[in-house]
Design a protein around this ligand. Structure first.
Ligand code: FHN
Length: 482
């Protein structure tokens, strides 16, 4: 079996179909759950677990040069790693006690941010479960926080705020003795791997049964060779999960087909309900998505999802950066999911608090351009990002033109063109003109919106354009004769 690059099969419709036993089980869904997903616009990711106690350092020594990311600190290697590090890490459950964690407070902050869904790490790669799982001793039940169930706290608090919950689940598990990255080659290894698969299935069904309000499973750590080789098991498990919870949303990271094709099967069909490969990166354009649903998960700092005590001179994305990313995602019909990494006590950071306040205020004032609005089939403007509905277009202006004119190009035969323009948050009316630029061989119609010189905004502003029938047909022009 060869492992195919996740993206290699994206466009495979031009070839004769490959017979597949473990290909995609779904086609584009139009049910209520997926309609909601399409309107989320903005989400919150929360990485919380044993690693949050450390903040990417141990006893004053930074893991920056030895671990790939703060939540990967268990993998700390090299000269700076403390002696016996893995064993030290694995006993962090004995200190896990997030006394300041108030999920209702988190949920209120997420509401303020404008998030419509949250993805919460029930179990990250270290294998420590934040709910009292019946399938392992390595859980909150074996910590000073015994008696609590953080998954229940989050599901209940966010659901009460009207925010949908997706459960993050890492298949990669550094704690379970049966987990293996490599395909087992002897009987003992195969038995251990079977034991691991049954534990994984048990935990996933347990999550669905315990938290019926959760809307989706967000999988991670599915790149190991043994998991990839277990395509028959994962195919059946997907079927079982969907039967157990009709309407459940599963991203494309969960499993692969029998040829090792991930995200898209060997015939190019999406292996899940939405593209889940957009981690800290965005599609180049809307066309490459071929109509698939997707979200982009994004850190505020550089790569690193758990709490970092000392962010040093790391660049932390600002509210303006996140506005730009959010509107870029929406212009391609995707959701932006911003990661928060609370500290070991369960407190969000000051910067995250600032983002929730500032970005939340912007999102609330521009909600019409975000949640129900999606891709608009017009030329990019260079001024910012276009989103729209059937009767409105929104231009989020990030690069204000020095001409004072926001110009949009419509096809000459467009049946609906802007008939009125205003600033979305204030309702201020703007002057609008259809313009014949006099460009020969260009049958487009141009619409100019005058941006008042006196308009001062602290952040990106949004021009709302109302669409209606053109009041006069676009004039035909003769090409210049030479
Ligand atoms: O390895 C993880 C990482 O720690 C983090 O959880 C991100 C979030 O999308 N996912 C993995 C890398 O793809």
């Amino acid at each position: 079996m060869t492992t195919t690059s996740p993206w290699q099969n994206r466009q495979r419709s031009d070839r004769a179909p490959v017979p597949l036993r473990h290909g995609s089980q779904v086609s584009k869904r139009e049910d209520e759950a997926m309609q909601r997903f399409r309107r989320y616009g903005l989400g919150q990711f929360i990485h919380f677990g044993l690693y949050s106690i450390l903040g990417n350092e141990y006893q004053g020594v930074s893991a920056r040069d030895g671990a790939p990311a703060s939540e990967w600190i268990r993998a700390w290697r090299g000269p700076s790693a403390p002696d016996g590090w893995t064993a030290i890490y694995d006993r962090l459950n004995e200190q896990f006690d997030p006394t300041e964690l108030d999920a209702r407070q988190w949920a209120r902050q997420a509401k303020q941010l404008g998030a419509r869904y949250v993805i919460f790490t029930t179990k990250h790669h270290d294998g420590f479960a934040l709910w009292p799982t019946a399938h392992s001793d390595y859980s909150i039940a074996n910590s000073p926080a015994a008696g609590r169930d953080l998954v229940a706290e989050v599901v209940d608090a966010y659901t009460a705020e009207g925010i949908d919950v997706f459960l993050y689940f890492s298949v990669l598990d550094w704690h379970h003795p049966g987990y293996s990255d490599q395909v087992p080659t002897d009987d003992a290894g195969r038995a251990a791997w079977q034991e691991f698969l049954s534990y994984t299935r048990g935990q996933l069904l347990e999550l669905l049964d315990r938290y019926p309000a959760a809307r989706g499973l967000w999988f991670d750590g599915t790149w190991g060779k043994a998991w990839i080789a277990s395509h028959e098991f994962t195919y059946e498990l997907e079927r079982e999960l969907r039967e157990r919870r009709p309407g459940l949303i599963i991203g494309s990271r969960f499993r692969n087909d029998e040829h090792g094709a991930r995200h898209f099967d060997s015939n190019g069909a999406l292996l899940g309900d939405y593209e889940q490969g957009w981690e800290r990166k965005l599609p180049a354009d809307h066309a490459m998505l071929a109509g698939n649903d997707w979200d982009c998960v994004m850190t505020i700092g550089p790569n690193g999802w758990g709490w970092t005590r000392d962010t040093g001179d790391d660049y932390l994305k600002t509210t303006d950066d996140l506005i730009e990313l959010l509107m870029r995602c929406r212009s391609m019909d995707g959701n932006l999911v911003i990661n928060f990494g609370p500290d070991g006590a369960g407190r969000m950071t000051a910067h995250e608090g600032q983002i929730a306040t500032e970005l939340g205020a912007w999102v609330a004032a521009h909600a019409a351009a975000i949640h129900d609005a999606g891709h608009v089939d017009l030329d990019p403007t260079g001024m910012g990002w276009l989103t729209g509905t059937d009767d409105r277009i929104f231009l989020t202006v990030l690069n204000r033109p020095v001409t004072g004119i926001a110009r949009l190009r419509f096809p000459g035969d467009a049946e609906r063109v802007p008939t009125a323009a205003r600033i979305l948050d204030s309702g201020r009316e703007l002057e609008l003109r259809r313009t014949d630029l006099g460009l020969d061989l260009d049958d487009a119609s141009y619409v100019d919106v005058r941006i008042p010189a006196g308009l001062v905004t602290e952040r990106a502003f949004v021009i709302e354009l109302e669409l209606g029938a053109p009041d006069a047909p676009a004039r035909r022009r003769e090409a210049a004769r030479m």
